[in-house]
Design a protein around this ligand. Structure first.
Ligand SMILES: Cc1cc2nc3c(=O)[nH]c(=O)nc-3n(C[C@H](O)[C@H](O)[C@H](O)COP(=O)(O)OP(=O)(O)OC[C@H]3O[C@@H](n4cnc5c(N)ncnc54)[C@H](O)[C@@H]3O)c2cc1C
Ligand code: SF4
Length: 388
């Protein structure tokens, strides 16, 4: 998780390139939601043609370097033939390293003639950025509305040791263009319908901005993960931290707390350890950082006591259909400086209109960067079909 390991060294890059078997069936490409072609960019890189390698990576992906740093191994790496021999080529790291070391081509919009359409994209996360990229390249004038002060959406909650924010800005800088794209930060769109007078079509890519509640007494003492991960400095503590939840996001909360110097971090997970929705490397990192994980445990109540927080929890069992509390297992765990709730989030309510298309996490539920990008691109092509 240390920042210095984000990219491959020259020798490591060469070794990974050489491990690629140049498979004709290209399972890696077929497994990628944006159909990135690792075999092709690896071949160009092997021949020393880095400009073509970069072009290949960026062909379908406006956030190539960001994806390279955080894409999970369930896509191209899972499909890699090399996995059956020893272990997969580390395709995302190869991709990130190539883009870190060799300049991406700036989008050349000069030869694109405007198609006369004005479109709005709401939300500058991966789905909104991908939609903007496709729409601008097909000649629409795009206004990208973003409620917050920065682009990147939920990616900004990822701890910087996994994803430095400059990488998101860097990817965006090769796409940005004043002639076709107008980025409006700090501009929340209350209702997409209100934009239809001014725009021919709208893509809504607003993610899932509403944290799910615990619905327990004392809920107000638990900080929602969105608030915590956007402002880790504000909640930095050397005391004990409880994280309610057992998914990737809860794991990132635990990493943030340990990096911030918390004395003890404990995760409370409603189901079994094997049900936790995290990847193996995340689990191993939790163990390495000595994060306690209490499985089959649910929060019941939070109270303030002697300047700290007490968390009351009970144990659960599975009755064959659902998880239920085991009677008389309630205990008080005192002495927390911070309790963070990370049990999921929800999208805003949707409106229905043929010229409004939803994309990314607000459409599909929590996903991954590359799936959100694929969804944003698909939404842009669908809007083009309606408008052009
Ligand atoms: C802590 C954390 C860690 C993650 N780690 C990984 C990872 O390692 N690998 C991976 O592949 N994925 C990861 N993800 C998931 C990934 O970040 C999301 O799947 C992806 O960002 C979804 O993209 P999106 O564009 O659909 O939505 P978002 O990224 O959520 O972007 C939505 C944007 O819309 C804006 N917005 C919302 N409402 C409005 C409005 N009314 N008006 C204007 N703007 C609005 C928001 O401010 C936000 O910028 C992680 C997510 C989190 C929270
Ligand atoms: S599947 Fe693996 S070995 Fe085959 S072309 Fe893709 S990266 Fe190379």
């Amino acid at each position: 998780m240390a920042e210095k390991n984000l990219y491959l060294t020259k020798i490591q890059l060469r070794a990974e390139l050489e491990r690629c078997l140049n498979c004709k069936s290209q399972p890696c490409m077929n497994a990628c939601p944006v159909n990135c072609n690792p075999r092709e960019f690896i071949n160009f890189a092997k021949q020393g043609d880095m400009a073509q390698a970069v072009k290949t990576i960026c062909r379908n992906n406006p956030m190539g370097q960001t994806c390279g740093l955080i894409c999970h191994d369930k896509f191209c790496m899972k499909a890699c033939t090399r996995r059956n021999i020893d272990f997969s080529v580390n395709i995302p790291k190869v991709q990130a390293t190539i883009l870190e070391n060799y300049q991406q081509p700036r989008e050349n919009y000069a030869c694109i003639s405007p198609n006369g359409k004005k479109v709005a994209v709401i939300g500058a996360g991966p789905a909104g950025i991908a939609a903007t990229s496709v729409l601008a390249k097909t000649g629409s004038l795009v206004t990208l509305f973003e409620a917050s002060e920065q682009i990147g959406g939920a990616l900004n909650m990822i701890p910087p040791e996994r994803l430095p924010h400059e990488v998101i800005e860097r990817d965006w800088s090769f796409l940005a263009n004043d002639r076709l794209i107008s980025l409006r930060l700090n501009t929340r769109v209350q209702n997409p319908l209100e934009l239809l007078d001014e725009y021919d079509g709208i893509i809504v890519a607003t993610g899932e901005p509403n944290c799910i509640n615990l619905n327990i007494p004392g809920e107000e003492f638990a900080i929602p993960y969105i608030e915590y991960l956007y402002n880790p400095q504000k909640y930095k503590t050397s005391g004990n931290v409880a994280i309610i939840g057992g998914g990737n996001v809860a794991a990132d909360c635990a990493f943030t707390a340990t990096t911030g110097g918390a004395k003890m971090v404990e995760m409370f997970v409603r189901r079994r350890l094997s049900d936790m929705r995290i990847y193996k490397n995340e689990y191993l990192e939790l163990l390495k950082r000595q994060v306690n994980i209490s499985s089959l445990t649910s929060p019941e109540k939070i109270i303030q006591k002697n300047g700290n927080l007490s968390l009351f929890v009970h144990k659960n069992y599975f009755d064959g259909e659902k998880w239920l509390p085991i009677p008389n297992t309630s205990i008080e765990l005192p002495g927390y400086s911070l309790i963070v709730k990370a049990v999921g989030s929800r999208a805003d309510l949707k409106v229905t209109n043929e010229k409004i298309i939803y994309a990314g996490d607000c459409k599909t539920g929590g996903s991954t960067i590359v799936e959100a990008i694929a969804s944003g691109r698909a939404a842009a092509y669908s809007l083009n079909e309606i408008l052009l």
